[in-house]
Design a protein around this ligand. Structure first.
Ligand SMILES: [Zn+2]
Ligand SMILES: [Zn+2]
Length: 248
């Protein structure tokens, strides 16, 4: 074979990657500025702001409300069937964008990575005492359309490889498709989700006498997690703690 007929040496992959990154740098999903390829999803600035927000959030140890933003009355009025709510971020514009990507653009791994980001800030005493981490389930139709439950991916990132609590998705079932809660007031939300959850036969067997950490992506009035917790407690679960990524 003559030299002229030999195939050209292809460019090494690493060089191609560098050219590609130069021409088409990946963009931060929040601010649209170029980000480094090894920063996932967010640019360094947005990531830094997010982590600093989590670290400095002045959360009420019971209701999870950011006391720098809103004063809570949970010491006087507590209408939930669970012990407490732990939330990591306030539902601001950044979180709205992140959640939009998670829910409507197929980015399930983003939910898991947000769980990993929050994990170091989770008090081990709160969830280590729980036997199961139960993601708030979606109705099967919504689950089929989306292909995944973002609360489950967040829970998996948050809990990581810890032996306890074990992420268990077969305990609760969402029986009704509930209306989107956005335009409902507090009592309408409660009515909208009342009785929306039931234990599965397996759930009924395993939760008796067990503590559960109920995990959701965003909590607004708490009506959804209250309905889910009520189903767990009705099945003999000994206590429920609620953890959410964001708090509205
Ligand atoms: Zn950014
Ligand atoms: Zn409070």
């Amino acid at each position: 074979m003559t030299a002229a007929l030999q195939p050209k040496q292809p460019l090494p992959i690493s060089l191609l990657r560098r050219i590609d990154a130069f021409l088409f740098p990946p963009l931060c999903i929040v601010c649209d500025k170029p980000r480094r390829r090894d920063d996932r999803w967010l640019c360094g600035d947005c990531l830094q702001r997010l982590t600093a927000g989590i670290a400095s959030r002045n959360a009420c140890p019971r209701c999870g409300q950011n006391r720098a933003v809103r004063s809570c009355a949970c010491a006087v009025v507590w209408e939930y069937p669970f012990d407490r709510i732990v939330s990591f971020v306030d539902y601001d514009d950044t979180i709205r964008i992140i959640m939009h990507h998670v829910k409507y653009q197929g980015k399930r791994r983003l939910a898991r990575d947000m769980g990993r980001l929050c994990a170091p800030y989770l008090d081990g005493n709160v969830v280590g005492a729980c036997d199961f981490a139960v993601p708030v389930p979606l109705h099967w139709l919504r689950l089929r359309r989306r292909g995944y439950n973002q609360a489950e991916w967040f829970a998996r990132g948050l809990v990581g490889d810890a032996a306890r609590p074990q992420v268990h998705c077969g305990i609760l079932r969402r029986m009704r498709r509930t209306k989107t809660q956005t335009r409902l007031d507090k009592s309408e939300r409660r009515r909208n989700v009342a009785g929306a959850f039931l234990l599965t036969p397996e759930g009924a067997e395993v939760v008796k006498g067990k503590r559960v950490v109920l995990v959701d992506d965003v909590i607004t009035t708490g009506a959804t997690v209250a309905a889910a917790a009520a189903a767990l407690l009705a099945g003999g679960c000994s206590g429920v703690t609620v953890v959410s990524f964001a708090r509205d």
